[in-house]
Design a protein around this ligand. Sequence first.
Ligand code: MGD
Ligand code: MGD
Ligand code: SF4
Ligand code: MO
Length: 725
Amino acid sequence: MQEKLRTLHHGACPHDCPDTCAMVFEVEDGRLVKVRGNREHPVTRGGLCVKLNDYEKRHYHPDRLLYPMRRAGAKGSRQFERITWDAALDEITSKWQAIIAKHGPQAIVPNSYLGHQGLVHGLNGGDAFFNRLGATVMERTFCGEGSATAWLMTHGPSAGLDPESFVHSKFIIIWACNSVSTNLHHWHFVKEAKKRGAKIVVIDSYASRTAKAADWHIAPQPGTDGALAMAMMHTIISENLVDQDYVTQYTEGFEELADRAAQRSPAWAAEITGVPAETIRQLAREYATTKPSAIRIGIALERHRGGGQTIRAVCCLPSLTGAWRDVGGGIMGMTFWEHPYKFDAICRADWIPQGTRVVNNLRLGRMLTDEPPAGPPIKSMMCWNTNPVTQAPESEKVIEGLLRDDLFFVCAEHFITDTAAYADILLPAAMGAEMEDIIIAWGHNYLTYTEKCIDPPGEALSNREIFRRLAAQMGFTDEEFAWSDRECLARFIDWDSPMCKGISLDLLRATGYQRLNVGDPNIRAPHRDGKFPTPSGKCEFKSSIAAGGNFVAAPFRQMYEQFQGGEFVDPLPDYLPPRESPATNSELAKRYPLSMISPKSHAFLNSCYANTGQKIKTQGAQFVLLSAIDAGSRDIRDGDVVTVFNDRGSFEGDARVTDDVNPGSIVTTVGYWAQFNRATVNNISSAEFADLGHAPSFSDNLVEVRKRLKLPCNHKGDTERRIRK
Ligand SMILES: Nc1nc2c(c(=O)[nH]1)N[C@H]1C(S)=C(S)[C@@H](COP(=O)(O)OP(=O)(O)OC[C@H]3O[C@@H](n4cnc5c(=O)[nH]c(N)nc54)[C@H](O)[C@@H]3O)O[C@H]1N2
Ligand SMILES: Nc1nc2c(c(=O)[nH]1)N[C@H]1C(S)=C(S)[C@@H](COP(=O)(O)OP(=O)(O)OC[C@H]3O[C@@H](n4cnc5c(=O)[nH]c(N)nc54)[C@H](O)[C@@H]3O)O[C@H]1N2
Ligand code: SF4
Ligand SMILES: [Mo]
């Protein structure tokens, strides 16, 4: 038999993950037969995570959407009939034209997120189209905008501490980040530092996989980290552990910060966080006196009412102690601030007609039901790259909205997800290896290229191609709608910027990845001599841009630097208590006494892979971790099926009685699909914003738990049976 020719191609993981792994795609006979991590890449190092290690299978999953479909039953019935692309495009554009004629273009609302993280096919891939249409602008603040706003207020757009510099650190705090599950390729550097003598501290409200691998786990109650950080400052200042010289030369607002920190003692914080005062003191002392010291903050730190202020407080720590002086010292958040992406060219925000209304994707359920925005009614929505029924808060309301007869709903997807199930028109989307792109990185400093190396199955099309065809059908003749993916890449990066010195698109295509010129991670100490890109040029303990009111810093959104008006923002960091906690809302806590957090699932990527048998097997059924005290008082035993509920809704999971969680709080994980589990965890989370950046408040959530009432449900065993490999 003749041996088949196998070709190798540069790939990149397109998922919403800080690691943006460089991959190798192996192709035989036009089929993707294997994927692996690129061994030469300094961050990826050949390994892929449990989610992507058989990524080729996802491309050929038997449930994949292959053809455009029209709804053929009641909304949400999952009954569809195949139609042609011409029929689909015709139906969409004629419905939209009718809506525009009657209500104006703002009656149409786009909704996307980072299902694909590319410059061409990602979150912003449809922005130019919808801005040209004059649609309502969707502000998308699912993730990172609270952190980004707090970071910008303190440091300005600095890439911060390079993840690769962590090998030089001697004291590492990983704060509300479950690296082993969510940022695996940073964990290599942390492990290497540990080998070289570093102490690893994890601050997490429960004993996550990462906390279990640390030298020291500190577990504050959810949403109370701001108090912990302020009390650390208190100790650092009152025990003279401040780097006075650094503070004098390179920071703004120390006196005022010191006045405030003086009132935030470890004893005060112990009451709030549940962490003993002596532990807080010890943490502050060790952090301030062991050099180099590094902090890695996770996105989870922003997910409560005071999330922005919490991140402000944590961001001040390295400047107080002068940690920035050392290679391997400072703080890492999202790295993309110095990356040369050209969002003006990608999004064409200049096309947004003046006065266009802005709505927010966390409020999707409300805007489609009982809180419609001012202006024309919402008559149509198009979703791509997002699955709000599982991922957005108040998901029962999202479903109620999607069931509206008068809402024409278009969804481009890989699968009939919980959201796609409600579509009037379903469009089959291409997947990773089927399209060319450069994938944005927020956990390292490389450009990563992914080649189109196979054709999409059936009639699936890339997001960009879908928008090209919609634009043509709408009669838009602007040149961007004719650019190929390659032409987009040539325009979507500032190849002439200092960051791209020595890098061209051709070189990137030939090599798969290129390190941006942010400096050598073994030499670089980005703020050794201050040089913070803030208005004052200093690290701003007291933020000067707070004087402009609240705003959303959204680095890869078209809303970047669009101020939201004059809400008061405290220019100094502080502890802002959760909206829902026994201490701040005792009435609510009488009915719902437990704080719930719902971080990421180890084997799912948000809701992706939660329809795949193998990944469900690794992840296990939806669980609810609770302490022996809380279980005992409710007569719940390990393994019982429990209902978690509050006024917003309920979901079910298997109780796991464990010491991994403190009394008073429970932990579950997000991503499980309602169609296999009766309901999702976001049935009970709130759409209220955090203090900065219109960030979500998934960790600011009071609930009660009880043994499941006898309800018909597809729980557990059923989940695995109903899902194909
Ligand atoms: N309770 C709770 N809720 C949360 C969070 C939490 O921690 N707890 N986390 C929040 C965070 S941080 C985030 S980022 C959001 C994520 O929210 P989403 O981005 O909505 O989450 P995903 O489940 O990744 O949905 C992406 C969808 O895009 C589809 N997709 C992937 N690639 C493509 C493509 O190329 N084209 C098209 N058309 N579709 C594609 C996938 O199949 C998937 O259904 O969730 C938020 N929700
Ligand atoms: N396996 C996997 N990896 C992912 C994703 C995924 O869905 N699955 N999603 C990707 C995305 S979109 C993102 S944004 C990142 C997010 O990555 P992370 O920032 O790591 O987010 P989470 O896993 O939600 O939460 C991290 C940890 O914070 C803890 N935590 C939650 N609230 C609090 C709190 O108030 N205080 C403290 N101290 N701890 C708290 C949780 O217990 C959890 O262990 O991960 C990315 N990587
Ligand atoms: S999900 Fe993250 S860790 Fe896994 S392959 Fe993709 S980029 Fe790498
Ligand atoms: Mo996220």
